[in-house]
Write a protein that binds this ligand. Structure first.
Ligand SMILES: [Zn+2]
Length: 264
């Protein structure tokens, strides 16, 4: 899971999003706002606006349009980081949109949690209950890492022995610990064997690729290796290899022989 650098939308698209948000804001109460947000979103109109959202998000994905959460599967669903049921006014907020795969988006659904001091108490789940009248959420800091403004690698790191993510800050009184913990749990980043196997496979493929790069005398070797890195899934694994290579016997020499790859 990586920080996402955001592309700008056209003026038309920005105006279109704003017009939808205004319609939601004008509703008389919170449940009406939620209902309006959902109906406008489900209508997916105008088509041109939704196509632009999808096309722009697709360009912001790593690899071959991989999901911004798991980096394993094809991303084809616009995902609201803050759910529509809790934050209807952010349904058409460009800053609240990510591109994800069905297996990430489906189970996440309307789940959300916040953090308030004292942090030793952990996060508070504010997910709306099925069948209940929507209520304005309590205020607090988002427990889910915001890839738009935060770098997930400041909160989580990948353990190359297990290929599972773990909080960098082990202190359970800290915001960082709970953000990492909640993000890993909500997105089931350690709960899916396919993701763990995918990260392990990516590790070996990046290491072999780097080793081939060092042996390769082809003048296009840089272009080829960079192309390989750009199209590969699980880009976080590569970022972690760059961060952890000096502590690993199987990576240290490779990275020291090709320091230029640290910028790729
Ligand atoms: Zn996914």
């Amino acid at each position: 899971m990586l920080a996402i650098s955001f592309n700008k939308l056209s003026e038309d698209a920005i105006d279109g999003l704003l017009a939808h948000t205004t319609l939601i804001t004008l509703q008389k109460d919170f449940p009406e706002q939620v209902a309006k947000a959902k109906s406008l979103w489900d209508a997916k109109r105008p088509v041109k606006l939704f196509n632009e959202l999808k096309e722009t998000l697709a360009l912001m994905c790593s690899g071959n349009q991989r999901c911004m959460y798991c980096e394993d599967s094809f991303a084809d669903e616009i995902e609201h980081r803050r759910p529509k049921n809790l934050y209807p006014q952010q349904t058409f907020d460009w800053d609240n949109m990510l591109y994800s795969c069905g297996p990430c988006n489906g189970p996440k659904n309307n789940q959300f949690a916040i953090l308030n001091p004292p942090y030793a108490n952990g996060y508070t789940d504010i997910s709306p209950k099925r069948g209940e009248v929507p209520e304005k959420p309590k205020s607090g800091m988002d427990a889910l890492i915001n890839q738009r403004v935060e770098n997930p690698l400041d909160f989580i790191w990948l353990d190359f022995n297990t290929f599972r993510f773990t909080p960098i800050n082990p202190n359970q009184d800290s915001i960082e610990y709970w953000k990492a913990e909640y993000t890993i749990k909500l997105l089931r980043l350690n709960a899916r064997q396919t993701l763990i196997r995918g990260r392990e496979h990516a590790y070996h493929s990046f290491r072999n690729g780097l080793s081939d790069y060092l042996r390769n005398l082809n003048p296009n070797r840089q272009v080829e290796f960079r192309k390989f890195l750009k199209s590969a899934p699980h880009k976080t694994v590569w970022e972690e290899m760059k961060r952890q290579y000096s502590q690993r016997d199987d990576l240290r020499d490779l990275f020291q022989q090709a320091p230029e790859v640290l910028a790729w």
